[in-house]
Design a protein around this ligand. Structure first.
Ligand SMILES: [Zn+2]
Length: 285
């Protein structure tokens, strides 16, 4: 089945990070030891690019800039295949665990490095682990200062680690100052029994049956006539990645669950819905 014409076009996004650069591994593989681990990000990102090429999908790749410094050719390859480059910050530090000055330094370095590699302005930012919460409400002001035009870090759900449960569910101007605007494209949810269920992608796509994702996306596209946003990590398409024991941030980790099913779910998603990069979907300056 293909997406019905006239249906809203959704955002496809990729957080380009390696298998160990995740919050669940913070305690066992700290930032200072990243260089000690096998880099698989080029290989796993190539899998995402192939799936996109097969389906004719273009998306936005939020590159963790520590990786861009080591693999600038990967960034150029993503651009050459027609996708947009945005930033996932430099060191994958949770926003609400940083001071505003540390956050500014991280994003400034991340944005400049990517712009030097691609020769194109970086318009968008996504926080590690969706860490825009009531403890980091200062962050959008800094993104506006740094010349970003959109953000995609707000997850309107109630969760122990992230979320702004009462935030708007569809794109809106989150900050506006001196003629400059920062547009927020929240991670997609669907309301059910008085709360927002997460759709999004990532772990939710991996752990839950595909039909859940399709049900939710159809509710957003058909019933609400709104664009949804899907995200994925390249390591979620890499079942052969090394195994490291971690208790995660929740006392358990779902990192290795259902890795082998991600590619087929993504293929179905690409077949059932239409996708485009963020820059083509948002009302930017
Ligand atoms: Zn991330």
């Amino acid at each position: 089945m293909t997406a019905p014409s006239g249906s809203p076009v959704n955002a496809f996004t990729v957080d380009v990070e390696d298998w160990y650069q995740v919050a669940d591994f913070d305690a066992v593989i700290p930032f200072t030891r990243w260089d000690d681990y096998e880099s698989r990000v080029q290989h796993s990102t190539e899998r995402v690019l192939e799936l996109c090429d097969d389906a004719g999908v273009k998306g936005t790749f939020f590159v963790l800039t520590w990786n861009a410094e080591r693999h600038p050719e990967l960034v150029r390859r993503i651009v050459a295949r027609g996708h947009e480059i945005a930033t996932h910050g430099y060191a994958h530090r949770i926003v609400y665990e940083q001071t505003p000055d540390e956050f500014r330094t991280d994003v400034e370095r991340a944005k400049k490095t990517l712009e030097d590699i691609t020769g194109t302005p970086v318009l968008g930012y996504r926080a590690p682990s969706f860490s825009f919460t009531t403890s980091s409400l200062w962050a959008p002001d800094i993104l506006l200062d740094l010349g970003l035009q959109y953000d995609s870090s707000v997850f309107p759900v109630r969760d122990a680690l992230y979320g702004l449960p009462d935030a708007a569910r569809f794109p809106y101007v989150i900050r506006e100052r001196e003629g400059k605007k920062l547009v927020e494209f929240p991670i997609t949810t669907t309301p059910f029994l008085g709360r927002n269920l997460p759709l999004g992608g990532g772990g939710y796509l991996r752990l839950l049956p595909y039909l859940y994702m399709r049900w939710g996306m159809r509710r957003v596209n058909r019933d609400e006539q709104q664009a949804a946003l899907v995200y994925i990590h390249p390591w979620e398409l890499d079942p052969e990645q090394p195994r490291v024991k971690t208790a995660g941030k929740r006392g358990f980790s779902s990192h290795y669950v259902n890795l082998a099913s991600t590619a087929s779910k993504l293929r179905r998603l690409f077949r059932d819905f239409q996708f485009a990069p963020m820059r083509d979907l948002l009302p930017l300056a």
